[in-house]
Design a protein around this ligand. Sequence first.
Ligand code: ZN
Length: 348
Amino acid sequence: MSNDEVLELFHMLRWPDTKGEPVCPSCGSMGIVGITNRSEYRCKSCERQFSLTGGTFLHGHKLPLKKILLALLIFADGVKSMSALQWCRTLDMQYRTAYVIAMKLREGMMKENEARILEGNVEGDAAYCDTVERKPNEKAVAEKPAAQLVQADAETADGDVAPNAKRKRKCEPPIRRCVMVIRQRSTEARGGATRTVVAVIPAENGEDVDRLFKKHVALGATVSTDQHPSYSMLSFYYDLLQVNHSERYSGPNGENINQAESFFARLRRMQIGQMHHFDEHLLGYAVEAAWRDDYRRRGNGENAKAFLSLLLGSDTDHKWRNFCRYTKRRAGGDVTELAPVPVVPMAA
Ligand SMILES: [Zn+2]
C-alpha cells in the first residue's frame, strides 16, 4: 500500500459514518479545513483544531501510520497472540511502545466484551489460572513435610537461626483466579462458537455465575454446563442441559461444553507459549484469546483492520493514555509536573 492508501484506510476507519470525511469531535460539523497535511484539521464552525488520531487510543502517537498498520497485521498473525518482546523485535520498535499498543487493543476488546449479549445455544464453564506452585530449589525441602519445616525454622536456644531455616520455601503460594467463559454456538453444523464473553472471578461460585449469565445471556437461551453445583440455579431462567463429565464429554441431546474447553485450550497455550505471566492483566489476555477464537476463520487482513478500528474508534478515557510519557517522567526524575499543587487558603 502507498502512504496515501494507508492514510485513506485510517480515514475510513476513523470516520466510518461519513465514509472517511473528517467530522469535528467537539461540534460534529463537517465544514473542515485541512491545515498542514491531510491528517491535521480545523473546524470552520468552532475553530477547533484536531488530528486524525486525536481523541482515540492512538492519541499523540509518534510511529508512522504505515508502521502501525504493519504492526497490527503481524499482531493479527499470532494465533495465540504475540508477546510484546517478540513484536518489538520484529518491527524494530521500543518494547514499551509495543506493550502499550497491545494493552490498548486489549482494553478496546474489553469494552466490547462488557456490552456483549449472547442468545440461542450457549455454553458456560470456568477454569483456574496460576494454580501451579513453583518448586523449591532444594530437593530435600520439597520432600520434607511442612510440619517438620516449621519445627526446623524455630530459633535455637542461643538465639541463632537453625540451619534449616535458610531452606524455607521461598516461592510464593499461587494466587488462584478463575476465568469464567460463556460462548454462543454457531447455528451451522460444525460451526464452532461465534461469540464469547469472558470474566475473571475469585472462584467458581453460584453468585457470580448468576450475575454474569443474567447480564450477558438473553432469556430463552439453552445453556449447557458441567455438573458443578454453581450452575444449578440457572434452570430457573434458562433451559439448562448438564453433562456428567465422569461418564462422557458429550451427551445425546447436545449437552457438552466443548467450545468452552476449546477457549481454555487456546488461553493455556497462550500463557505457556507467549505471555508466561498473566499477572494483574489476566482479564485483558483472556478477552484477547476470546476475540481471536471468535474471528479465527476471518483473514488476517480483516482482523488487522478490526484491530485498527478498535484503536481509532474509542474515546480518550482509558487507562493506558500517556502511559509512556508518565513512566518516562518517573524514571527520569522529572517529577515536578506530577507533584500535587498545594492549596493556598484565600485571605479573609
Ligand atoms: Zn467544530
